[in-house]
Design a protein around this ligand. Structure first.
Ligand SMILES: [Zn+2]
Length: 363
C-alpha cells in the first residue's frame, strides 16, 4: 500500500530527525532577511497525511498558476544539454515565499503542503523540462510529469565533470562521506534518468541531498513504479541575491490520475549542513567547532579505491549502500530493484561520487 509506505517513510524521517535533533547547532550565515515563522512549531513538521488540506493551516495563499504547456514532443527531455533549453518562466510561486528559519529539520512543508501549480491543467502525459541557466550560470527550474516511460532505465553515467555554481570540495571528518557538497539533482536520476545535465545539478550539502531530498524522490519514484500513474514534479532552487549556493530547493509533487490522493506535497529542503557555516555568496565554509577541512592535497578517504589509470566499464550500483559490482557478481541479485542501477562510464568517476567497490567481485 502506498499510504503505508508513505507513513513508514514519514516515521523513518521523524525518527532520523529526532536522532539528529540532538546535534549541537549554530545559526547559518544565511543572507535571507529574517523570514517570518509560520504558525508555531506545528506547521513546520511534515504532515502526518499527504492530504492537501491541513485543518490547522490558516494561511493558505492562493495557488499561483504558472502556465506550462505540455511540449508537443511529450516524453522527450527538453534542455538536457542536447539542444537549446527553454527560458525559465517567471518564478512567481517563489516570490515572497515565507520560509521558516532552519530549526533542526531537513525540510518543511510550505503553502499548507499544497503545490503552487494549477493541478487542473495537468494531463497524465510524461514530459521533462530543464530550463536555461540564469546569467550567473545557476539552475533555474526543472519541471516534469513523470511516468514510467521516462523513468531511469537503470543506466546512469558519471556526473563528476559538472561543476555547479559555488562548487567547493571541502571535506570534513564529521560529514557523512566527508564531502560537504554533493552534485545535487533537481529531479533525481531515479525519476527521469538525467545524469550530467548542468541544468539539473546544483551544489547541495550532503545533508540536503540525503536527509532532505532522498525520501521524497524515493516515495515519488516508488509510487510511479507501483501504480503506473504519473506525478507532476517540479523543483525550484531558491536563490538570494547573487549567491552561488542556493538557500534550498522547493519540491512540489502531485499524483495526476488520482487527483493528488496519494502524492501531494510542497516541501522546502534546506541547503544546510549541521556543524558547518556556509557563505552562500561564494560557497566558502567552515566548521563551527573549529575543525579545519581536510587538506585539499591530502588523500581523500576514497583514494585507495581509485585506479592509477581510469577505465570505462559497466557496473551494477547499489545506490543505497553506495557499492558497485561487476554485472555478473552474485551480490547484485540481492539488491532491491529501487536501489539498483546499471552504470556505464568512468570507474574513478564512480569512486569520486562516493561509490565503493564490492569486496566480493572486486570490480
Ligand atoms: Zn560484487
Amino acid at each position: 500500500m502506498i499510504r503505508n509506505r508513505i507513513l513508514s517513510i514519514i516515521s523513518a524521517v521523524v525518527l532520523i530527525l529526532a536522532l539528529t535533533a540532538g546535534i549541537a547547532f549554530r545559526a547559518f550565515s544565511s543572507r535571507d532577511p529574517e523570514p517570518e515563522m509560520l504558525d508555531g512549531p506545528g506547521s513546520v513538521v511534515m504532515p502526518e497525511d499527504s492530504q492537501p488540506q491541513g485543518p490547522e493551516e490558516p494561511e493558505i495563499t492562493e495557488p499561483q498558476s504558472p502556465v506550462i504547456a505540455i511540449p508537443e514532443s511529450a516524453g522527450a527531455a527538453e534542455g538536457n544539454g542536447s539542444g537549446p533549453a527553454p527560458q525559465a518562466p517567471e518564478l512567481t510561486w517563489i516570490e515572497g515565499l515565507e520560509i521558516p528559519e532552519y530549526s533542526g529539520q531537513a525540510y518543511v512543508a510550505i503553502n499548507g503542503n499544497v503545490p503552487f501549480f494549477d493541478t487542473e491543467a495537468i494531463a497524465p502525459v510524461s514530459y521533462e523540462i530543464y530550463y536555461q541557466l540564469d546569467d550567473l550560470g545557476r539552475c533555474t527550474l526543472a519541471d516534469a510529469v513523470v511516468g514510467q516511460d521516462i523513468m531511469a532505465s537503470g543506466k546512469r553515467g558519471s556526473i563528476s565533470e559538472i561543476k555547479p555554481t559555488g562548487w567547493h570540495t571541502e571535506r570534513y571528518s564529521f560529514v557523512d562521506g566527508e564531502a560537504l557538497y554533493n552534485r545535487c539533482h533537481l529531479i533525481a536520476h531515479y525519476l527521469t534518468g538525467e545524469d550530467a545535465n548542468p541544468r539539473n545539478l546544483v551544489t547541495g550539502t550532503r545533508y540536503m541531498n540525503t536527509a532532505g531530498m532522498n525520501a521524497l524522490e524515493n516515495m515519488v519514484g516508488d509510487y510511479i513504479k507501483e501504480t503506473g500513474n504519473h506525478v507532476r514534479y517540479r523543483v525550484t532552487p531558491v536563490w538570494t541575491g547573487d549567491n552561488l549556493i542556493c538557500d534550498g530547493l522547493l519540491v512540489e509533487a502531485w499524483s495526476v490520475e488520482d487527483g493528488g490522493e496519494d502524492i501531494c506535497f510542497c516541501i522546502y529542503a534546506y541547503n544546510v549542513q549541521p556543524g558547518i557555516v556556509i557563505d552562500y555568496l561564494t560557497g566558502d565554509n567552515y566548521a563551527t567547532d573549529g575543525e579545519k577541512p581536510k587538506d585539499q592535497n591530502s588523500e581523500p578517504s576514497y583514494a585507495k579505491y581509485l585506479l592509477e589509470e581510469d577505465v570505462t566499464g559497466t557496473y551494477v550500483l547499489n545506490t543505497k549502500k553506495k557499492k558497485f559490482h561487476r554485472p555478473d557478481c552474485q551480490g547484485v541479485n540481492d539488491i532491491a530493484p529501487e536501489n539498483r542501477e546499471e552504470y556505464t562510464g568512468s570507474r574513478n568517476g564512480l569512486v569520486e561520487e562516493g561509490y565503493v567497490p564490492c569486496g566480493g567481485c572486486n570490480p
